[in-house]
Design a binder for this molecule. Structure first.
Ligand code: 4AD
Ligand code: MG
Length: 479
């Protein structure tokens, strides 16, 4: 007898009717001592397994409870009831792992996301979280597929880094010194020369600088790995540990970088529209139900799937920082002082309220902002001829705000050195980065996509903690 997944049974690929099947999974519900809804994670849907209770021991049937792991053998037949096309007529059932219906946290009812976050080890046994995590997996595959098909090499940037120069955020120290008994130097400070690596090391905030070294030899590369930021921002869009995709390409300028980012984003979203319909439709319906509970004015204008199609079918709007500032300065919320941070002059850093106004109210589509003031962006971004803006780009998405940050890199040794000196980065710290500009320097560009922000957009989940298996945020590293 052949083993099948629930997905295979429900899609009935090559299974003749009345075939004997063997399946294992977890009981979602057991209704009327007769109908087991079985799920094994292979699909959103359950398979109905029908038990003729006269034929089974009562003690065995009692053990078939929500959450139990079971092994079932039976005949796949056309379903008598509504709601499914096929079902399994059970001939044999074994409880592989009992559950306890009194204490099992995932009851067959609606749970709040907060409660499920506390039970993150079991939350993928719900339809919503299994759908989100299957989509997360599919997006991850689509990303590798895109780069593979477009001539990029996958590069593994180091996770422990000795360079502290990116300036992207506060870092987590990596050390094996005894905190209570750390060796001190003459100045009475911790002596990191005695530490494991003989210097201060941290968890990386970005693989970009290392990826640049590979772009300047292999041409087109990307990283896709975990990154860490110890910023104390307890928002629905920030994690202390998140995954980032960072392509880096030699001989590519900023417009090329924008083209790549737009094509890439469209391609991975199209992939899930084509391949993950069932999960997307489920999440779409879930959001529509949620929406109905809101006042008319707060309801979304588009459904989830419409939003995804909107991104794949429309050009991203490309707007310079200077144009954006003009729009914001003259906007209603700015004039009426509705923004928390009022925009009154060129040079202001954009807050998420401004980004969301541009994307959601003004342009109503994904926006690529470029040519930012040099002093609000990282040192490695290429200085424009005006001497005050850099070839930076941020991509803003509706409901998310910034999803991508990138730039054309400064390839001129003298300009880069000047910039480092101005903000106090010692040349010794980045000698290898400067070498790229000494030996065969060239125009090159890249960007970073926050993977969880992409998963949020793709699933319609509104809290970033709900799109990563085990979120790490301030005061929270359970599991
Ligand atoms: O804009 P960021 O800081 O850019 C960089 O790190 C560059 N080195 C990327 C590059 O050019 N290769 O971060 C890139 C993206 C952001 O746009 C955002 O989507 C995401 O990473 N991100 C976060 N996601 C979750 N939690 C956080 N704390 C994040 N910080 C940034
Ligand atoms: Mg950024």
């Amino acid at each position: 007898m052949k083993s099948y997944t629930v997905s295979e049974l429900l899609s009935q690929n090559n299974i003749a009717p009345n075939t004997e099947v063997d399946i294992k999974g977890w009981v979602r519900t057991f209704r009327a001592n007769r109908f087991i809804a079985l799920n094994d994670g292979s699909t959103l849907n359950n398979i109905q397994c029908v038990v003729d209770f006269e034929n089974f021991d009562e003690a065995l049937l009692k053990r078939i409870t929500t959450g139990a792991a079971v092994h079932i053998k039976g005949d796949l037949v056309e379903s008598q009831g509504k709601g499914q096309t096929v079902e399994v007529q059970v001939k044999f059932v074994d409880v592989l792992g009992d559950s306890d219906p009194e204490t099992y946290p995932i009851q067959p009812k609606k749970h709040s996301f907060e409660f499920l976050r506390e039970n993150a080890h079991l939350r993928t046994r719900t339809s919503t979280f299994s759908a989100v995590m299957r989509l997360r997996s599919a997006l991850s595959f689509a990303i590798h597929k895109y780069f593979n098909e477009n001539g990029f090499y996958y590069m593994h940037a180091p996770i422990i880094t000795g360079s502290d120069a990116e300036g992207a955020g506060e870092m987590f120290r990596v050390t094996n010194l005894d905190a209570k008994n750390a060796p001190l130097n003459e100045a009475g400070e911790v002596d990191y020369t005695k530490d494991f690596f003989g210097k201060e090391t941290n968890l990386t905030v970005s693989g970009q600088l290392e990826a640049e070294t590979y772009a300047m030899s292999l041409g087109k590369v990307y990283t896709f790995g975990p990154t860490f930021r110890a910023e104390n921002s307890n928002t629905s869009r920030h994690l202390a540990e998140f995954w980032m995709i960072e392509p880096e390409v030699a001989f590519m300028d900023l417009p090329g970088n924008m083209d790549l980012a737009e094509d890439f984003m469209k391609s991975v979203i199209k992939y899930i529209l084509d391949n993950n319909k069932e999960d997307l439709e489920f999440l779409d319906n879930r959001l529509q139900e949620e929406d109905k509970k809101k006042p008319q004015a707060e309801r979304s204008e588009m459904t989830l799937i419409e939003k995804l199609k909107f991104v794949t079918d429309n050009n991203f709007k490309r707007v310079s920082y200077t144009e954006a500032i003009d729009i914001l300065r003259n906007s209603k919320p700015n004039k009426k002082k509705k923004f928390k941070y009022i925009i009154d002059e060129w040079g202001a850093d954009l807050q998420s309220e401004h980004e969301r106004y541009l994307v959601e109210k003004h342009f109503n589509c994904p926006v690529i902002l470029f040519d930012y003031p040099a002093n609000i962006k990282a040192f490695y971004m290429r200085l424009n001829d005006d001497g005050k803006t850099v070839r930076a780009m941020d991509i803003l998405f509706p409901g998310i705000g910034e999803i991508v940050g990138g730039a054309q890199r400064e390839e001129r040794l003298d300009v880069l050195k000047e910039k480092m000196a101005a903000i106090g980065i010692p040349e010794e710290d980045l000698w290898w980065y400067l070498d790229l500009r000494k030996f065969g320097t060239a125009v090159h560009s890249g960007f970073g996509l926050g993977f969880e922000r992409l998963v949020m957009f793709a699933t319609g989940m509104s809290n970033i903690r709900d799109v990563i298996p085990f979120p790490r945020t301030p005061q929270n590293a359970e599991f």
